[in-house]
Design a protein around this ligand. Structure first.
Ligand SMILES: NC(=O)c1ccc[n+]([C@@H]2O[C@H](COP(=O)([O-])OP(=O)(O)OC[C@H]3O[C@@H](n4cnc5c(N)ncnc54)[C@H](O)[C@@H]3O)[C@@H](O)[C@H]2O)c1
Length: 250
């Protein structure tokens, strides 16, 4: 018996990186997957990996910041699988890294739209079914930047901080329906996101700032997410796990 036997998990942005690693870990443990991404190719690749493990996977392509599109994804996915037990609000984009004087409304709208609007309204769409079944596990993917911030990161810091606070409020709001809401706040993680932004030299310098002197792997975030969405975490809600190699110790 797998920990996730009979469970259906939806992971936004699961066409790459942390979302893909989490989908594979949950599939290995018995889950069927709703693979969502704006990148169809990446989403299809993840779905193939899940199917190769003997689990079901169906792809939905949509911009997570488009409320109507995500409502449709959730409705179609619920119809297809009959339910959604797990939602991981993972889709995200890198920080703009811009001094505040240079922040444009477009930068603000993009970061807040993808991270905050996406998480808010995907969760809103999933909640009625979870309440009806009196079962749900939700994890918001924040960032170490959501608590300690980084310089010239206004739009990203703000969005990731919002995801932390939203999860804490939702943990209280949804508890009467047996729905748990937690946060994983990754530290430096080697995915296409930092690799697209920084040269190998910059990444190597950055790794030196981590007490473990390396970047984390996507699976190292995925294991924390998979734990929080499993029955092993049935008494855990409103909490934050930050796999960060010791970068933040609280
Ligand atoms: N990699 C890190 O160091 C790091 C650190 C802290 C937090 N995070 C967070 O982890 C999450 C996953 O990031 P990752 O590192 O795996 O990056 P990634 O780029 O590998 O994956 C992000 C995925 O989100 C998808 N996405 C982006 N915009 C979208 C949109 N508008 N609609 C739908 N899908 C969209 C991308 O296509 C991609 O598949 C993000 O929320 C990110 O902010 C990453």
């Amino acid at each position: 018996m797998g920990q996730y036997d009979g469970k259906v998990a939806m992971i936004t942005g699961s066409g790459s990186g942390i979302g893909r690693a989490t989908a594979i870990i949950m599939a290995e443990r018995g889950a069927d997957l709703i693979i969502h991404d704006i990148n169809e190719k990446g989403a299809n690749e993840t779905a193939e990996k899940v199917k190769a493990l003997g689990r079901k996977a169906k792809v939905w392509v949509a911009d997570v910041s488009n409320v109507a599109a995500m409502k449709k994804v959730v409705a179609e996915a619920e119809k297809h699988y009959g339910k959604i037990d797990v939602l991981v609000n993972n889709a995200g984009v890198a920080s703009d890294r811009c001094p505040i004087e240079g922040v444009t409304e477009a930068m603000f709208e993009r970061s807040i739209g993808i991270h905050v609007r996406g998480t808010m309204f995907t969760t809103q769409a999933v909640i009625p079914g979870m309440k009806q079944r009196r079962y749900g596990k939700i994890v918001n993917i924040s960032s170490i930047q959501g608590t300690v911030g980084h310089t010239e990161g206004s739009t990203y810091n703000g969005a990731k901080g919002a995801l932390l606070a939203m999860a804490k409020g939702w943990a209280k709001e949804f508890a009467p329906w047996n729905i748990a809401v937690n946060v994983v706040a990754p530290g430096h993680c080697m995915t296409p996101m930092p690799m697209a932004k920084d040269s190998p030299e910059v990444l190597a310098e950055e790794a030196k700032t981590v007490p473990f002197k390396r970047y984390g792997q996507p699976e190292e975030m995925g294991y924390a997410i998979a734990y929080l969405c499993s029955s092993e975490a049935d008494f855990v809600t409103g909490q934050v796990i930050s796999p960060n190699g010791g970068y933040i110790i609280t």
